[in-house]
Design a protein around this ligand. Structure first.
Ligand SMILES: *Cc1c(COP(=O)(O)O)cnc(C)c1O
Length: 372
């Protein structure tokens, strides 16, 4: 590859399009002249941020002139204790996004190694694979969005060094059993690390996590985040529970201060805020059961979800997903259209407060009645 101009960029980079963020509350409020807009589009915490984390951010605001402590040892120690693992198995970064990016660069040689994931999958896996110059092979999920592990295995070869599974999955909410994941780990080629993205695991419950069983499967790493159950999406904190050697190399290549002072303090405080976490999980489970039931009652197809969102398809022949998405926006409710996942008939709604869930259902009913 020879460059002829100072404006040339790497071919992998040239193919990139800017990340397309969801619609913001301010945009929708202005566009439709609304006073109240509800966002149920990004799987954020319906209760906001842990009060303990907010207090920690306030308390430590005056310390931001200092660099963070390199390696974030206090947060690492707190996470190791919470996860019952050795601190050497913990890595923390600027959101799980940073972890995804670094794991490609640490575990895959550009142009030589490949990685496997399902299709559709979380958008960061393909973009960061591309940025790292690594081929990502994708196996389609089954028609009902359940995991076809045989299809995933069929894509692997001796050069497959990473396999990604999101469980509970995004956008479907489908969740693999630990037994299935362990069987997959054991069947993968020897050079392959299975990365289980557990961003939503708290909403499924500890019985669905591989944490606690990692001694049985040494080729597994877990990724987790403070963005969902801890209500800290805007602070950017993710962590991994990984084989010690891989964690060590992630630390070596990470930008030294990627996790900032306030994010670290917020994470430490949030980790201790059991009440907030339990309240969040209870609210999400209640909403999930109610919305699944009521969406099915009006003829929608709903994918079984153990996460903090539901994926649903409106009744055939009535109003299509795009019209429902637009109708909800006009009423001040933002949910997620799944065009970018190549699922144009489907929508994803994040669980809100009980009141937000009611408003969502009422608005959806209005739209369906208007059009029928
Ligand atoms: C939300 C989400 C994450 C979290 O990413 P952060 O960078 O930690 O905010 C990770 N994986 C999946 C599949 C998600 O949906």
């Amino acid at each position: 590859m020879s460059f002829t101009s100072c404006l040339d960029v790497r071919p992998e980079v040239e193919a990139f399009e800017a990340y397309e963020p969801g619609l913001s509350i301010a945009e929708i409020a202005e566009r439709y002249g609304l006073e109240r807009v509800i966002k149920m589009a990004s799987n954020e915490n319906p209760l906001g941020t842990s009060p303990a984390a907010r207090e920690a951010i306030r308390r430590h605001a005056s310390e931001v002139f200092r660099y963070p402590q390199s390696g974030n040892p206090r947060l690492v120690k707190a996470l190791a204790a919470a996860c019952h693992v050795d601190p050497k198995n913990i890595f923390v970064g600027n959101g799980s996004d940073e972890l995804i990016d670094l794991i490609f660069r640490v575990r895959a040689v550009p142009g030589v190694h490949n990685a496997v994931a399902f299709r559709p999958c979380f958008g960061l896996y393909p973009t960061q694979a591309r940025m790292a110059g690594v081929e990502l092979r994708q196996a389609p999920l089954r028609q009902d969005f359940s995991f076809d592990f045989d299809a995933l295995l069929a894509l692997t070869d001796e050069n497959t060094t990473l396999a990604f599974v999101t469980s509970p999955d995004n956008p479907s909410g489908r969740t693999a059993s630990p037994e299935e994941l362990k069987a997959l780990a054991r069947a993968l080629p020897p050079a392959c690390l299975l990365v289980v993205d557990e961003a939503y695991t708290e909403f499924a419950g500890p019985e669905y996590s591989l944490l606690g069983q990692l001694q049985d499967v040494p080729n597994v790493a877990l990724m987790r985040t403070f963005s969902k159950v801890y209500g800290l999406a805007g602070q950017r904190i993710g962590y991994g529970i990984l084989p010690e050697r891989i964690a060590d190399y992630l630390w070596r290549v990470r930008l030294p201060f990627s996790l900032n002072v306030l994010a670290e303090e917020a994470a430490i405080a949030a980790l201790d805020d059991t009440a907030f976490r339990e309240e969040t999980v209870a609210l999400v489970r209640r909403g999930r059961e109610r919305l699944s039931r009521e969406l099915r009652a009006i003829g929608c197809e709903v994918t079984p979800s153990l996460s903090n969102f539901l994926m649903f398809r409106p009744p055939a022949g009535k109003v299509d997903a795009a019209a429902i998405h637009a109708g909800l926006l006009r009423r001040g409710i933002i949910i997620r259209a799944l065009r970018s996942y190549h699922l144009p008939e489907w929508l994803r709604v994040s669980m809100g407060t009980d009141e937000e869930n009611t408003l969502f259902l009422q608005s959806l009913l209005e739209i369906l009645e208007e059009r029928s």
